[in-house]
Design a protein around this ligand. Structure first.
Ligand code: HEM
Length: 461
């Protein structure tokens, strides 16, 4: 069989295909290009070729870890400026990746995450008490609320600190610094380096943001070390400060722990808050699903606070989250590279210098897998009998293989509990019934301008 040429939009002098991407919405631009050019196409950005892949058939090949491994490129390379060799941005070959992965896997596993349930409920309850006090005419900025919730939850569970975001107007300074550093890292991934160097104001701000992130993370380690009682706590910070890697017999360095703390806050809060926000939007747009979910929640929880053992009976809420992650996977892309030169589908040549980007929102709409109603929100797709019939690697919101999300169980448990508690306590509705979903992009995606109101129901908590 002969080699085939990968489709590519027309190039412009110096810019390559940069003009194809809306700098405020590159993922949605890539989704549009996928509809136009198909399940694989090529973009030349900052002088490098990126293969954008979104058919299940081709993604399934890219998920074969004997042929492909995670590629740190584009925005991720720049996120290393502040997340260093933390789990998310470490090169496969960096010893700290395997070391931290071994040390942290048990804490992020099912037993570790279950032990965090009560702290998760504590934060969710703060948010819902606030909604209740607002009353039915109070306007709720959904994404803002969910960001506060996710941030407070990861901070409490990971290092036993209360950011108390629901008790103040301004978000913790960490959040602003992280948001703008992530945005600039994203821009740098697409912009030629010389241009970034010339943007002096932007560069200074980027440097100041990075210093702020390192300072706050460093402070947490210093405070914990100064507090002998604190060293008995069972949170992620202590796992990292006290844990010894069984293979090397070594502990993590302070620098690496700092990078992991920044990583958890980055990886753990925008993605989860986006998932919760999209889920709210999809529920109000789909009353059938909302009513069905509410009936199940009422049956399982009644008037009681949720307990960790209730989650197994709230499978439909989990399906809602899976379907939400299908339509709007909040970490919308990940990149891999071939271990050695290879042909994709036996015809598209990829070399080990090339990048293949898995575009999850388009993969998750592949009509060959999801059918003609792929755009429809239908959680029944993830009923166990249905989900079993899906071809492999059709649903990839948490990445792939050894480099897949370590926080998956954490995020799913938190989200399942939050959506269940919300449905138990409130009827939710759009503030403006004519609102149409607009998707905002940083490194992650989230609904823009989603305003809701919540009316306390007769039952619950
Ligand atoms: C990796 C998605 C929540 C920590 C990833 C990756 C994806 C992802 C797609 C792979 C990235 C790549 O291949 O480049 C999500 C989504 C979440 C979520 C959609 C919520 C709905 C969390 C949470 C945490 C977390 C709550 C931590 C508390 C990480 C870490 C990695 C990672 C540390 C890197 C793992 C490694 O390479 O060893 N996540 N994530 N994530 N995630 Fe998540």
């Amino acid at each position: 069989p002969g080699k085939s040429v990968v489709p590519q939009p027309p190039m412009k002098l110096l810019l390559g295909n940069l003009g194809e991407l809306d700098s405020k919405a590159p993922i949605q631009s890539m989704m549009r290009l996928a509809r136009e050019y198909g399940g694989i196409y090529k973009l030349t950005l900052a002088g490098k070729d990126v293969h954008v892949v979104s058919s299940q058939e081709l993604v399934n090949e890219l998920c074969d870890e004997s042929r492909f491994v995670k590629r740190i490129s584009g925005p991720l390379k720049h996120i290393r400026d502040f997340a260093g060799d933390g789990l998310f941005t470490a090169y496969n070959s960096e010893p700290n990746w395997a070391k931290a992965h071994r040390l942290l896997m048990p804490a992020f596993g099912p037993i570790g995450v279950r032990s965090m349930f009560d702290r998760m409920v504590d934060i969710a309850d703060q948010m819902f008490v606030k909604w209740e006090r607002f009353g039915p005419s109070g306007v709720i900025d959904v994404t803002d609320n969910m960001t506060r919730l996710a941030l407070d939850t990861i901070a409490l569970c990971a290092f036993d600190v209360r950011f108390n975001s629901f008790y103040q107007n301004e978000m913790h300074p960490f959040v602003a610094a992280m948001g703008s550093a992530l945005e600039e890292a994203g821009q740098r991934g697409r912009r030629p380096n010389v241009v970034s160097e010339l943007m002096v104001g932007t560069r200074r701000r980027y440097e100041a943001d990075q210093k702020m992130l390192a300072r706050i993370a460093g402070q947490l380690i210093v405070e914990r070390r100064a507090d002998p009682k604190g060293l008995e706590k069972k949170d992620l910070l202590n796992v990292m400060m006290n844990g010894v890697d069984p293979v090397t017999g070594e502990k993590l360095s302070d620098e690496n722990i700092r990078f992991q703390l920044v990583t958890f806050l980055i990886a753990g809060h925008e993605t989860t808050s986006g998932l919760l926000s999209f889920t709210c939007q999809l529920l109000v747009e789909n009353p059938r699903v909302m009513l069905k979910a509410q009936a199940i929640v009422d049956e399982v929880l009644g008037n009681n606070m949720p307990r960790v053992e209730d989650l197994a009976k709230l499978r439909y809420i989990e399906q809602i989250l899976m379907e939400s992650l299908r339509l709007w996977p909040t970490a919308p892309a990940f990149s891999v590279k071939p271990i050695e030169d290879t042909l994709l589908a036996g015809k598209y040549p990829l070399s080990s210098r090339d990048t293949a980007l898995v575009l999850a929102p388009s993969l998750h709409r592949d009509p060959a897998v999801w059918g003609d109603d792929a755009e429809e929100f239908r959680p029944e797709r993830f009923e166990p009998e249905q989900a079993e019939k899906l071809p492999p690697n059709a649903w990839k919101p948490f990445g792939n293989g050894v480099r897949a999300c370590i926080g998956r169980a954490f995020a799913m448990q938190e989200s399942q509990m939050v959506i269940s508690m919300m449905l138990q306590r409130f009827d939710i509705m759009l503030d403006d019934p004519s609102y149409k979903l607009e998707v905002a992009e940083t490194l992650t995606i989230k609904p823009h301008g989603l305003l809701m109101r919540a009316r306390r129901r007769g039952t619950g908590g």
